[in-house]
Design a binder for this molecule. Structure first.
Ligand SMILES: *Cc1c(COP(=O)(O)O)cnc(C)c1O
Length: 343
């Protein structure tokens, strides 16, 4: 049976070229700072993000958690969006590891209103926690791959600066955002103090993410990385495909966006499915299935029997993610199959 797997862009496997680079990678002990391939990746990543320094970490979650640890003190508050990954999908790490109190704000399609952020920033008072950090997620995963525009990033950053609060950007898919806008990624990352981005999603590396910021921040994060067991030895073998991810896989994200738009256009013509195809910015398509009379997970079970894999994120929404290993024909096949199931 033909399988088309839309569950996530994390399902991408390393390319042939990445496999060869892994085999040939020069390595050393990275805890001693002696792995040349890790160093090369970190320098390249810092330059791409327009930051002084960068750290190779095992996952996006580790990168975000190290950012929380490094920017804040225990008992402080972190402002973040209600449906953000850091708040919902990192096992409560903000509380467990950093001792932070989350201050979630309900966004509009993942975008927090500036006035809401303003109101959430704590004034000095003996009763109040201090606001230690503001997090932004771009692209916003659960909002459906929504791109946070440059002007919004800028507004949040200047507000944060007025109050001396650092800003961390969960940019797991920041290159998707830059490709959608048609700008250099630095235009977005200039409006944050630190940024995490994933090499292992649409960029196809097998493992790893980057945390970038100024040198003192990254030095601090590096100590915490060691503390939580993320100091890696001959990590050059997994950094090598990361270099190819940054050099050769960024521009191709455009194709993923085209496929997502094609998928959205196809699905929006099917009775019972509700989605706004104009609102598909990047490689994620969220479909509301309420009007089919079925629950999302019931439908994903039926789709799976037909070889179409997608994720039910709650009772009424199904998430489809496009990536390198889904072709335009796969998208057409999926649309036809789903139409068949629902008619
Ligand atoms: C995937 C993702 C992460 C976490 O990355 P992992 O490598 O899976 O830990 C963080 N934030 C967002 C927005 C993501 O989509």
């Amino acid at each position: 049976m033909r399988i088309v797997d839309f569950r996530s862009d994390t399902l991408t496997v390393p390319t042939e070229e990445m496999r060869e680079a892994m085999y040939e990678a020069r390595v050393g002990d990275d805890v001693y700072g002696e792995d040349p391939t890790v160093k090369e990746l970190e320098e390249m990543a810092a330059a791409k993000a327009g930051k002084e320094s960068a750290l190779f970490v095992t996952s996006g979650t580790m990168g975000n958690q190290l950012a929380l640890l490094s920017h804040t003190k225990r008992g402080e508050e972190v402002i973040l969006e209600e449906n953000s990954h850091i708040y919902n999908a990192e096992v409560g790490g903000a509380a467990f590891l950093s001792g932070l109190q989350p201050r979630p704000i309900k966004g509009n399609r993942g975008i927090m209103d500036l006035e809401d952020i303003k109101r959430a920033i704590r004034p000095e008072d003996i009763h109040f926690p201090r606001t230690g950090l503001i997090c932004i997620e771009n692209t916003h995963n659960m909002a459906g791959g929504v791109v946070i525009p440059v002007y919004q990033m800028e507004k949040v950053y200047s507000l944060a600066r007025e109050h001396n609060i650092p800003v961390h950007l969960d940019g797991a898919r920041i290159f998707n955002a830059a490709i959608h806008i048609g700008c250099d990624v630095k235009e977005l990352t200039q409006y944050c103090d630190s940024v995490m981005f994933c090499l292992s999603k649409g960029l196809c590396a097998p493992v790893g993410s980057i945390l970038a910021g100024d040198k003192s921040f990254v030095d601090k994060a590096k100590r915490y990385r060691k503390m939580i067991g993320g100091g890696m030895r001959q990590a050059g073998v997994i950094a090598a495909p990361g270099i190819i991810a940054l050099e050769k896989m960024v521009d191709r994200l455009e194709e993923d966006h085209k496929k997502a738009f094609g998928l959205a256009a196809g699905l929006s013509g099917i009775g019972g499915l509700t989605l706004d195809k104009e609102r598909v910015d990047t490689n994620i398509v969220m479909v509301d299935v309420r009007n089919t009379g079925c629950k999302a997970h019931e439908l994903t079970d039926v789709f799976r029997e037909k070889g179409i894999l997608a994720v039910a994120i709650n009772e009424r929404m199904i998430r489809f993610v496009t990536h390198k290993y889904i072709s335009e024909e796969d998208v057409q096949y999926a649309v036809d199959t789903i139409r068949g199931v629902l008619s």
